[in-house]
Write a protein that binds this ligand. Sequence first.
Ligand code: ADP
Ligand code: MG
Length: 356
Amino acid sequence: MSKKEYINIEEIGEFGLIEEIKKMFHDKHRAETLMGIGDDAAVLNMNNHVLTLLSTDNLNEGVHFDLFYTPLKHLGFKSVSVSVSDICAMNGEPIGITVSIALDSRFTVPMVKEFYEGVHIACEKYGIDLIGGDTTGSYKGLFINTSIIGRVEKERIAYRSGAHPGDLICVTGDLGGAYIGLLIMQREKEVHIEAPRATLKLEGYEYPIERLLKPEARLDIVKLLRELDVVPTAMIDVSDGLASDLLHLCTASNVGCVIYEDKFPIDPVVYRTALLEFNLNPTTVFLSGGEDYELLFTIPEKYGDLFENHSDVTIIGKILPQEEGTYMVSKSGNKYELIAQGWDAFRKYMRENPEQ
Ligand code: ADP
Ligand code: MG
């Protein structure tokens, strides 16, 4: 065995591992493949005018969700949202999804049906069909895989790679809620372990908890962009954390960026809870909390007026030439280099399961 086969996954992380796989498949066999590994969804040219989008995601028990505080119906809904979000991130329209499950011996028919009720509600919400899946057993744990197919007209597609210096950086909704929701649920789980009879204290935290358990993909924004006749120059969905995903966009586009702390959209309950109950800087939570499934996109400056004071979209910064770097300007005017501290499923899993 060569030396390189002993590299730990933790050393290179999830994205390093994807790069390694990508390098092995740089040869392309089909003219249809416009974008393979490297964006939110694969892009196939099947009939020239309309492009086909394809994306797949795994949700694994213990890594992505904890059944102690995740109702199965919510999990079904979330599984669909996560995939729809990747189609939205290409400025596309989702069409159909396959949902595959691996179940261990804890699961009963009503439990599986509860999960699929959530899938059904999501399919109805996004106007898509469940078109298949696979059902298998697992030794331990629930494993979910979703694969989604969508479409987008050639002239409306938004890759991660199209941002230009001078473009405005926009983010939808607010960020950090799902992470605070996770911290609240983990806190309640610990209380429950210590005192099983204690009732969960969830009142007042409905918003962050809903952000964690039942995120909604921003298909409404894809529709809004169409109505406004705007095509983002680049787009990505915020799944790992804003800093990490913005750096992905900048790397793919070969550009730098500046974002302004005083512009960051953070929900007031999320802000207060982060600061007062978890002793966390709300800005750090905004930059690094993952799983919000909002959209991050760039637009030419001339469209700026459309999103000034918009209820669903906030302009948080600007794209710069690559050599100017990637940084945040704080409320007090200091510059901080952006670092990707986003949620890296591998690191978290390895840290919490050192013996594996
Ligand atoms: P997202 O967070 O948008 O789902 P990822 O960071 O998981 O995106 O993936 C980035 C890119 O790498 C995508 O094009 C995805 O299809 C590809 N990718 C991830 N894992 C693998 C893998 N094991 N084999 C091939 N491609 C992969
Ligand atoms: Mg994505």
